[in-house]
Design a protein around this ligand. Structure first.
Ligand code: UT7
Length: 320
């Protein structure tokens, strides 16, 4: 019998505080008109001082578990995709495990920046197909507000905080149909946080820097390529895609990708206007929204896509 993994519950969490483009006009030399026309973003959520990635992850996970009808005790694998971990170690996944009140199951972080959730989902799928795990929790959780230079208008207007989660279970019918992951480290310089901690001190500059134009072109190229590659792997055509849920960085990138794939925007889930770019959290946040409002329905083909720093990119094709 072929074993598959299926998503049986989704959940998400956005911190209470909302920062609008108008609020940002008071911080840096920008305008709602510039931000909206270049990116489609109107607002973003920002975590409270006491909230870390594991807290956001916990809220999203509880909602995903409720939706799946499972308890934390049912989970036997946890993967958290994050670039903004609570601390150097333990991993955010281990901190989340403790907050969920469970023990012993493997828990680890996935660091693939904005592709993190897609990387984590593809990895969980492969592990579950081995038959070793029954129920997995896969989370994307980010607090980018902590790694932004709030005086740099070219980057601080683009990002937000949030978390999304899914619960996967093993099943004899799909489920995840195919996934494809890629990376090219020679593009590390176009999007990075080039700092760290060494000998008790901060080394380098631990704030996000980006060559926006280069990232834009790269994203449009690889998102359509990896979508086609993943569909081919599953033996499906572009016209078989019911919903495209791409990484939410810029509505113009999303529109160009949809156009290249021949998909109308009525088949694309877009949340960037309200969430901005929440990196590894963006895809599960958008997925949860589309599941809860009834757009994503049983039997549909849903294509999830990520692209981000590294550079990394990938796609997961899901039969809902
Ligand atoms: O997860 C992946 C992460 N990142 C992305 O996906 C981002 C990809 N890139 C983009 O979304 C776009 O390249 C941006 C939104 C970042 C920039 O849009 P653009 O159309 O490529 O603008 P630009 O970089 O060419 O900048 C145009 C002008 C510049 O002024 P000058 O030099 O032409 O006088 C910037 O200084 O806009 C200026 N600018 C701003 N003006 C007002 C840059 N940021 C701002 C701002 N408000 N916030």
């Amino acid at each position: 019998m072929t074993l598959y993994s299926r998503i049986i519950g989704t959940g998400s969490y956005l911190p209470e505080k909302v920062l609008t483009n108008r609020d940002l006009e008071k911080l840096v030399d920008t305008s709602d008109e510039w931000i909206y026309s270049r990116t489609g973003i109107r607002q973003r959520h920002v975590a409270a001082d006491h909230e870390n990635a594991s807290d956001l992850a916990l809220n999203a996970s509880r909602r995903a578990l409720d939706a799946a009808g499972l308890t934390p005790q049912d989970i036997d694998l946890i993967i958290v995709a994050t670039t903004t971990a609570d601390m150097i170690f333990p991993s955010t996944a281990c901190l989340l495990q403790a907050k969920l009140g469970i023990r012993n199951c493997p828990a680890f972080d996935m660091q693939a920046v904005c592709s993190g959730f897609v990387y984590a989902l593809a990895t969980a799928d492969q592990l579950m197909k081995s038959g070793q795990y029954r129920n997995a929790l896969v989370v994307g959780a980010e607090v980018y507000s902590r790694i932004l230079d709030w005086t740099d208008r070219s980057t601080c207007v683009l990002f937000g905080d949030g978390a999304g989660a899914v619960v996967l279970t093993t099943s004899d019918h799909p489920g995840i149909l195919a996934s494809r992951l890629h990376a090219d480290g020679s593009y590390a310089h176009i999007l990075s946080v080039p700092g760290g901690v060494s000998r008790g001190e901060i080394s380098g500059r631990p704030l996000l820097q980006m060559e926006g134009n280069a990232v834009y072109k790269f994203a449009v190229k690889v998102l359509s390529e990896v979508a086609e590659e993943t569909l081919r792997a599953a033996g499906l055509a572009k016209s078989d895609v019911d919903w495209l849920i791409p990484h939410q960085a810029n509505v113009r990138i999303i529109q160009s990708t949809a156009k290249k794939l021949g998909l109308g925007m009525d088949r694309v889930v877009v949340t960037v206007q309200r969430h901005a770019n929440t990196s590894a959290a963006s895809v599960p946040l958008a997925l949860d929204e589309a599941v809860r409002d009834g757009r994503v329905r049983a039997g549909q083909n849903v294509l999830l896509e990520g692209v981000g720093g590294g550079f990394t990119w990938g796609a997961v094709l899901v039969r809902w």
